[in-house]
Design a protein around this ligand. Structure first.
Ligand code: MTE
Ligand code: MO
Length: 333
């Protein structure tokens, strides 16, 4: 552990680089230096958004779930306060602490998900339907953000493939597209390009159908034994443990089976930096930082930086490498 005043250039994390890039993106969007110092133009949204009347993020209700042995990895867990306090959810702001502070405005009651597109049986499910039809399991998964930090998280969810089978994909279905809720009145980042990082909302993601049907791919409704808090993507989000975290789209309202590869949010924003596949790969660097190692967020303090090697497919190569046989992983990053 190093005192703050002894930090060297080597301690600058890819996140610092990432934050510098965000400022660059905002500049490119024509958001001026004046706007960056947060004056009048954004004062309205910000005061509403940071106000004292802001609802507190609710504690999740306890869930019923099993713990299948094969998914209870014997790894040191990232503590709950970090899993629920250090987040990326740009709809609520760009800083890691913003989602936990601000996502209380997200309304998660009366939630519905549509499953449509290339399916024999399109359907709409509410959360009660989901809990009745799909028994929950705890899965301890590694999670690797493209910004080169990582966690180990006890998620609670069920296999996405089980839900897709109910809808019965047609023979045309080759991809699955996902969409986050679009509700600017609940999500300040959707109302204001500065707060939302210049993303065109709603946030969208996608998988190949075989990736979506893989048993490791889950829809997640809880973490640490309780229903997801809003900052983690309540009431239901995607978890694909061998891919970079941005594939794990939050607060999903729509799942559409498709013939063609769907557009994805980060790929559209910076196609040379974020691919459709986004498989964790220590040999394919981000254009502006190495992906060879990662900062594990464990029980230590914020400056207690523990770097560890990043693993191909985030350690899940044994289960998923066969999905990519014959595919050039450098080209299809
Ligand atoms: N809708 C939406 N989903 C999102 C994001 C986002 O900004 N908006 N961020 C992604 C990124 S970059 C990561 S690393 C994970 C973070 O999930 P966590 O906060 O639960 O750890 O959510 C992903 N899903
Ligand atoms: Mo991420």
């Amino acid at each position: 552990m190093k005192p703050v005043n002894k930090l060297t250039e080597n301690d600058v994390t890819p996140e610092d680089v990432f934050n510098a890039q965000r400022r660059q993106v905002l500049k490119t969007l024509g958001i001026s230096a004046a706007a960056l110092s947060l004056p009048t133009a954004h004062a309205d949204v910000l005061s509403w958004f940071k106000g004292n009347d802001r609802p507190k993020t609710p504690a999740g209700a306890p869930l019923n779930f099993t713990k299948p042995k094969q998914y209870q990895a014997d790894l040191p867990l990232t503590p709950e306060d970090k899993v629920t306090g250090y987040n990326n959810f740009y709809e609520f702001g760009l800083d890691k602490a913003d989602p936990a502070a601000n996502a209380g405005t997200l309304k998660t009651t009366d939630w519905k998900i549509d499953i449509d597109g290339e399916v024999e049986k399109p359907l709409t499910l509410n959360m009660d339907d989901i809990y009745q039809r799909f028994p929950l399991e705890q899965r301890i998964y590694r999670m690797r953000c493209v910004e080169a930090w990582s966690m180990v998280v006890p998620w609670i969810g069920f296999e996405l493939g089980k839900l897709l089978k109910v809808a019965s994909p047609t023979s045309n279905a080759r991809y699955v597209a996902f969409q986050t809720l679009y509700a600017p009145d609940e999500m300040p980042g959707q109302k204001d390009r500065f707060i939302g990082g210049g993303i065109n909302y709603p946030y969208v993601e996608g998988l190949r159908l075989d990736e979506a049907m893989h048993p490791l791919t889950i829809l997640t409704t809880g973490v640490y034994g309780k229903a997801l808090p809003p900052q983690n993507g309540a009431p239901i989000r995607l978890t694909v443990p061998w891919k970079y975290g941005f594939k794990g789209i939050k607060s999903i309202v729509k799942i559409t089976l498709m013939k063609d590869m769907p557009p994805t949010t980060w790929n559209q924003l910076a196609p040379n930096e974020y691919g459709f596949y986004a498989n964790v790969n220590p040999h394919v660097d981000h254009p502006r930082w190495s992906q060879a190692t990662e900062r594990f967020i464990g029980s230590g303090g914020i400056l207690d930086v523990k770097r560890q090697p990043t693993r191909l497919f985030n350690g899940y190569a044994g289960q998923v490498a066969s999905l990519y046989r014959g595919l050039d992983l450098r080209e299809n990053f």
